[in-house]
Ligand binder design. Structure first.
Ligand SMILES: [Zn+2]
Length: 268
């Protein structure tokens, strides 16, 4: 199957080879405003950050549930409004970070599309958030690829799927972090994610990546990081499929669904 791309590859984004980096050199070039790639007006939606008005879906989400304990998963499967007691509410500062992260997701998605590397999702409208696909000024659209597994009841959005000359088609997960924190992240060093301590953000991100790989049935995903603040450093890290992790998580999800249907709660 050939991937449908949103736009032809632009001359200003012609692939810049680098021994190590697959995406960042061309992404950096694209984002420099004086090079004239960006539109005058961009549209972003902040509603995803507002307090929830509809009940949660009850699905396991790649960004939330892979690192939860069996007990927490069972309680969530029984009652989707359940939140584990150790889960901290977002501080005001974290909420501002999330807002900036949302804006960078929009900018990166635009850049991928205009660079001619963004793979178009197959559906006319998003099966999850029901927004139309495509791009139109002032219209709230969703061009993220969706993963759905009705068997284990898990689903989510993938930030983007891009087609790169040397790597082929690969899903992308855009991550933002404090600019001081990006110093501790190295290009193509996946080890800290593989070895991340339970409960850490890196462990969460690793689980999220494995969920996308499991549901998309693929072998590689790329994290693209940007540090929020001068000098806007970026990193790319390829996360490989970890089959033992995927098997263990799927077994945990299956057991959680079964226990929830029997109303059987594991002890704390
Ligand atoms: Zn959507």
């Amino acid at each position: 199957m050939t991937d449908t791309l949103f736009s032809p590859v632009r001359a200003s984004s012609v692939y810049v080879p680098d021994e190590q980096l697959h995406l960042i050199p061309m992404l950096r070039n694209f984002l420099i405003p004086s090079l004239g790639n960006l539109p005058d007006v961009m549209h972003f939606t902040a509603s995803g950050l507002a307090p929830r008005t509809s009940p949660p879906s009850g699905y396991f989400s790649p960004s939330t549930h892979p690192t939860w304990s069996l007990r927490d998963l069972v309680l969530y499967a029984m009652e989707p409004t359940y939140v584990p007691p150790d889960q901290k509410a977002f501080s005001d500062d974290t909420q501002i970070s999330a807002l900036m992260g949302t804006i960078f997701h929009v900018i990166f998605n635009y850049a991928f599309r205009e660079m001619g590397i963004l793979v178009a999702p197959p559906e006319k409208s998003c099966p999850l958030c029901h927004k139309p696909r495509g791009y139109k000024a002032g219209v709230d659209t969703c061009n993220e690829h969706v993963v759905i597994d009705e068997k284990l009841k898990r689903r989510g959005h993938v930030d983007g799927v891009v087609k790169l000359p040397d790597l082929g088609t690969i899903p992308i997960d855009v991550k933002t972090c404090a600019h001081q924190a990006i110093k501790w992240i190295n290009n193509h060093d996946a080890q800290p994610f593989i070895e991340a301590k339970a409960g850490s953000l890196k462990a969460k991100y690793y689980g999220q990546a494995q969920e996308y790989l499991a549901m998309r049935d693929e072998d590689m995903l790329m994290f693209v990081y940007i540090g929020l603040g001068y000098p806007w450093e970026m990193r790319e890290i390829i996360i490989k499929r970890d089959q033992p992790y995927i098997d263990a998580l799927q077994a945990k999800y299956k057991l959680a669904r079964e226990m929830a249907s029997r109303r059987e709660i594991p002890p704390a």
